[in-house]
Ligand binder design. Structure first.
Ligand code: HEM
Ligand code: HEM
Length: 162
């Protein structure tokens, strides 16, 4: 079956929604750290709205990541459907695969820490978040390089529905 290159409106909407929600949880993660310490180190009850937002925003990322993978399997998209140099396409594909993996690993590790009180999962959650932010930064820089230096309209693929 031949598929049109690019992404559907829903795929594009989910891409940017995940990017915004990940950034939100990254910037406001401290409230969750305080709640985790209160519950598991000081034996107190967690208070405030901040940590609840962290949990729901993070679980929304998990749900959206699942939907994205399902849509990708059905609708396609991604570097395989485009035409850059083979080695660069492989690199981009590997980064996308790692980003997908971390979209699952980060919230799942957070849930294991929060709901089961697993300290090691909390440490891995924080480590995985750092990895996600570094990769997302590289990925965003690559998108800007494609768009403005190579001028191959790569960024537009994630802005205009096919
Ligand atoms: C400002 C930040 C970002 C920019 C400018 C950006 C840009 C793009 C662009 C242009 C593409 C399409 C590449 C192509 O197929 O030609 C893309 C795909 C992708 N992006 Fe981002 N992105 C950003 C943030 C993120 C974040 C935070 C994540 C993950 C949490 C992410 C995950 C992905 C994945 C997995 C794909 C591949 C989609 C697929 O083919 O199924 N991006 N991004
Ligand atoms: C995309 C999703 C998520 C991102 C980007 C994210 C990001 C973060 C960040 C930046 C911190 C603070 C790290 C620090 O200041 O040391 C943190 C801590 C934490 N998060 Fe998340 N989080 C996400 C999802 C979740 C989910 C779904 C849960 C639980 C259901 C969760 C539970 C926790 C816990 C328990 C901590 C405290 C860990 C500790 O103090 O060692 N997170 N998260």
């Amino acid at each position: 079956m031949t598929r049109k290159p690019g992404y559907s409106g829903l795929q594009i909407g989910l891409h940017w929604a995940v990017a915004a929600l990940v950034l939100f949880n990254y910037l406001f993660g401290e409230t969750m750290e305080e709640a985790f310490d209160a519950v598991y180190e000081e034996g107190q009850l967690a208070s405030g709205l901040g940590y609840q937002l962290h949990v729901w925003v993070g679980l929304a990322v998990l749900a959206m990541a699942s939907l994205r993978l399902a849509l990708r399997a059905i609708l396609g998209g991604g570097p395989a459907a485009s035409s850059g140099p083979a080695l660069l396409e492989k690199g981009a594909g590997a980064i996308h695969a790692l980003l997908y993996g971390l979209m699952f690993a980060v919230p799942l590790l957070g849930a294991a820490a929060w709901y089961a009180g697993i300290e090691d999962a909390a440490d891995l959650h924080v480590l995985a978040v750092d990895g996600l932010m570094i990769l997302a930064g590289l990925h965003a820089a690559a998108a800007l390089f494609h768009q403005f230096v190579l001028k191959d309209h790569r960024l537009l693929r994630m802005m205009r529905a096919r």
